[in-house]
Design a protein around this ligand. Structure first.
Ligand code: SF4
Length: 698
């Protein structure tokens, strides 16, 4: 009976960056079911994860008490059965666990210096929790070795946007497709990864909009596309430069816009002369005539938008890929007007907000650089603390390398799962096992928690209050609907308890006080207050007045760079870090699938979602399966230079015959055992989207 519930609480879906608003129907202290409500990003819609993926919060595997590793526990490793955790850990009081964590870190810093303890925060926590996490590392340990999963997701996109536009966030919401004539989707698969956003793209095509899809896989929106460019994996720059070459050659660019709002155009124009479509088709696999037609369609449209995902960002040339997309939009004047814009579709529900809050090694809140003395002084005055390092900190993968090198010996990991999410997992897991004091704060005994010395049980998203910021820059209010199980506590309260054991003297009694402090250091939050969010549910930043619901489109009259101009940065072709050869003749690419979220810690404990997609799988072209002698549903073995996994194979014509696609949610066949840790030099993002692989019949 759907009318049979005790209370109804509005909050935000905890999965993807779309940020759908939900109504949680609660009965007897449990969430009974979920409905979409009229949030600015979803207008009542939800996907299968938002609608059915809530029951993990009531799963019997939830952590309910602090745990400490037993003195006689077997060696650290991926060998903890959540049902049989007592062999490895013992229950502890909060005081004992917090003391053990803080004393472990203090012993390391006294002996080796503050730089020996690093932190991974979470894009699954609120803005206030992300802010406090980076504050603890900077104030408590005096350095900037703090990062989170944005490094594995859109770090290269943000690097290119900051460099060329002056802001790392989107220039327009995805809902603006309502006013667009042409939309480019590249390296993203919204039907599976941003499903509610995908409904807006479908509506856009139904009213006659031209949809151009570019992807090495035939992604779900291909069948709605006017043009589908299934380009060679890793060949983004050659394809995009060829399109821009055509726009220059045929003089389709917006001369007035370029003169008024950009710089470095002449260098870009000269560089593009080297990339005629007739020459580039051999690199990218797209016929020159198609490249030219797409160039004309996009450049001559009154309004055009570009959306991209991790197919663009997760390459060693991820920053170059984004530079090309930014240049393409700028040269056509498709920024700052209705129906125009640049939009990297953000992954986690609060990856935008966590990045804005300073959970990155090179920036304080609002992307203010740690190397600037006056900016650091502003924050140390606000925090009442000593100065901290003016050096940019280490990133996610660099931190684990530093563990191997013996420079980092302690870590605080909140809500992240590097034992599943990092590239070259065996290397990452060995690093976690080496740590002297690893403190993991989470809702489940994750693969990463298996390596912990102290495990702190945290509240799930629907058990706490806090603000989150979605892909559209909409700051929204997440609300507690049910109490955390057992002794689990809200993340901000746990971080504060640890900070105070380190002697930092924090006195927050509610996240609203943290939000107020954040506003003192973040201009992006001007005119946005906790009370407004309580009443209005969402405010988009920037908001120009206490009455302004926020600017959906930005940069209509210049850019937040010196001189107010956006910049063209030319990009050249760089080959993937590892190319197929005789031993590893195929191409591995990884990603998500609709039913499972990232490392699967939540969705694989959700009854409906796990029932729909219960088994580790990969996708191969039917011709490849025939060549291997494997029936669809049979098993294959995938091997790269870093490791081997075995899993079920599906027939899928969307992948080309030389490619295998592997979702990364399944611990029993973890895709990242295989992936290449080579980094983009600017965004420091690993090349998850391309590795050389051997595929064999199991
Ligand atoms: Fe949640 Fe994203 Fe699905 Fe919306 S589209 S319900 S935010 S997973």
């Amino acid at each position: 009976d759907r009318a049979d519930f005790d209370t109804e609480v509005t909050s935000v879906c905890p999965f993807c960056g779309v940020g759908c608003q939900v109504s949680l129907k609660v009965k007897d202290g449990k969430v009974k079911y979920v409905e979409g409500i009229n949030g600015p990003a979803n207008e009542g819609r939800l996907c299968v994860k938002g609608r059915f993926g809530f029951d993990y919060i009531h799963h019997p595997h939830r952590l309910t008490k602090p745990l400490i590793r037993r003195d006689d526990a077997p060696a650290k490793g991926l060998n903890v059965d959540p049902a049989n955790w007592q062999e490895f850990f013992r229950e502890a009081t909060w005081d004992e666990a917090l003391d053990r964590a803080a004393n472990g870190w203090k012993a390391l810093t006294e002996k080796h210096g503050g730089g020996t303890v690093a932190g991974f925060g979470s894009a699954k926590c609120s803005n206030e929790e992300a802010y406090l996490f980076q504050k603890l590392i900077r104030q408590g340990f005096g350095h900037n070795n703090v990062d989170h999963c944005t490094r594995l997701c859109h770090a290269s996109s943000v690097a290119a946007l900051l460099e060329n536009v002056g802001s790392g966030a989107v220039t327009a919401s995805f809902n603006e497709v309502e006013h667009a004539d042409v939309v480019i989707l590249i390296g993203c698969n919204p039907v599976e990864n941003h499903p509610v956003a995908a409904t807006y793209f479908k509506q856009f095509t139904k009213r006659g909009g031209k949809l151009i899809v570019m992807d090495p896989r035939g992604v779900g929106l291909s069948r709605f596309a006017t043009s589908m460019l299934k380009f060679r994996p890793g060949a983004d720059v050659s394809m995009l430069n060829a399109i821009m070459h055509t726009i220059v050659e045929e003089e389709l660019y917006d001369r007035q816009y370029i003169e008024a709002y950009t710089e470095n155009w002449e260098a870009q124009k000269a560089h593009l002369a080297n990339f005629p479509p007739e020459k580039m088709e051999a690199f990218c696999g797209i016929p020159a005539a198609t490249l030219r037609q797409v160039a004309r369609d996009f450049a001559t449209a009154k309004s055009g938008m570009i959306f991209w995902g991790m197919g663009v960002s997760q390459h060693i040339h991820g920053t170059d890929n984004s530079r090309c997309l930014i240049s393409l939009a700028l040269m056509c004047g498709h920024v700052g007007r209705p129906g125009t814009g640049l939009h990297p579709l953000r992954g986690q529900n609060n990856v935008q907000g966590a990045s804005d809050a300073g959970l990155v090694p090179m920036f304080l809140p609002d992307y203010q650089t740690v190397t600037d003395d006056s900016i650091r002084r502003h924050f140390t005055t606000l925090w009442g603390s000593d100065d901290f390092s003016s050096e940019k900190g280490l990133t996610v993968t660099e931190i684990l390398d530093a563990v191997h090198a013996g420079q980092i010996k302690g870590m605080y990991i909140l809500g992240e799962n590097p034992a599943m999410s990092d590239p070259d997992l065996n290397h990452a897991r060995e690093a976690l096992a080496k740590l002297d004091t690893l403190v993991v704060q989470d809702i489940f005994l994750t693969e990463t928690a298996n390596y912990a010395d102290v495990i702190l049980p945290a509240a799930a998203f629907y058990e706490k209050n806090g603000t989150v910021t979605n892909t559209n820059r909409q700051v929204q209010m997440g609300r507690a609907a049910v109490a955390p199980p057992g002794e689990a506590r809200e993340d901000w309260a746990i971080t504060m308890a640890l900070a105070n054991r380190l002697g930092l003297g924090w006195t927050y009694s509610h996240p609203r006080e943290v939000f107020a402090e954040m506003k003192s250091g973040m201009k992006s939050l001007d005119n946005i207050t906790w009370d407004r969010l309580e009443h209005e549910g969402a405010v988009t930043y920037p908001s120009l007045s206490p009455q302004d619901p926020g600017q959906v489109i930005v940069f209509g009259s210049g850019f937040p760079r010196d001189g107010g101009r956006a910049k063209f940065t030319p990009a050249s072709i760089i080959a993937p870090a590892e190319l197929p050869d005789a031993d590893y003749p195929m191409i591995l690419t990884t990603g998500r699938q609709l039913e499972h979220w990232h490392t699967g810690s939540m969705t694989r404990r959700s009854v409906v979602l796990d029932a729909v997609e219960p088994e580790a799988n990969c996708s191969l072209h039917p011709a490849t399966l025939r060549r291997l002698g494997v029936e669809p549903g049979g098993h294959v073995r995938l091997t790269t230079r870093r490791g081997t996994i075995s899993l079920m194979a599906r027939a899928d014509r969307a992948v080309s015959e030389d490619m295998v696609f592997v979702p990364f949610a399944f611990v029993e066949a973890a895709a990242n055992v295989l992936t290449n840790p080579a980094l983009d030099p600017y965004g420091k993002i690993p090349e998850f989207k391309f590795a050389a692989v051997r595929v064999e019949r199991e």
